[in-house]
Design a protein around this ligand. Sequence first.
Ligand code: GLN
Length: 207
Amino acid sequence: MDVGVLALQGDVSEHRAILSSLGATVVELRSARDVARVDALVLPGGESTAMSVLLRASDLVDPLRERIAAGVPTLGTCAGMILLAEEVLDGRPDQVRLAAVDITVRRNAFGRQVNSFEADLDATALGADGLDTAPIHAVFIRAPGVVRVGPSVEVLATLAPRPGVTAPEPVLLRQGSVVVAAFHPELVGERRVHQLVLGALRQAASA
Ligand code: GLN
């Protein structure tokens, strides 16, 4: 399994470590040629506006769009989730939208860097994919908030209501073979989110 991690900016080495521990061969994506040769894609956390500039400069927007549209299993965490969303609020005008998941996200919805926080998420929904259902320890750093979820999107985990917010907020979602997380599983050695994507890859291979 060759898994490509977009390596223009962001927490690339943390994703590399998790993927390697799951037996994948990691390819750092910097060119269209790299994008063409991998079996799955990971868009890391970092800064989606900076990544947008670098994605255009490296001519990677169309190659990524094409591979994702062709059904290549894809994971986006935090900034990666923003890049994969259908619609972005509080983005920059030149923000890249790969529009792979029918959600609307608001950048920095939980506040600034100092408002970063950690929370344990109920992971019951992961059982349907054969994964352990112990709570997910989730780290949120200038995280996007999901303010709209389209009908074809599955919500796999939510953040429990907190002061001022009454409804549970979706933070781990899936549409087809694309998984997005508002938090950073790669920063705490949480492997199940990556396993969801590698599981989709195995399914595709055996179909
Ligand atoms: N706020 C960042 C952005 O807009 C995302 C933060 C992160 O990936 N930790 O891209």
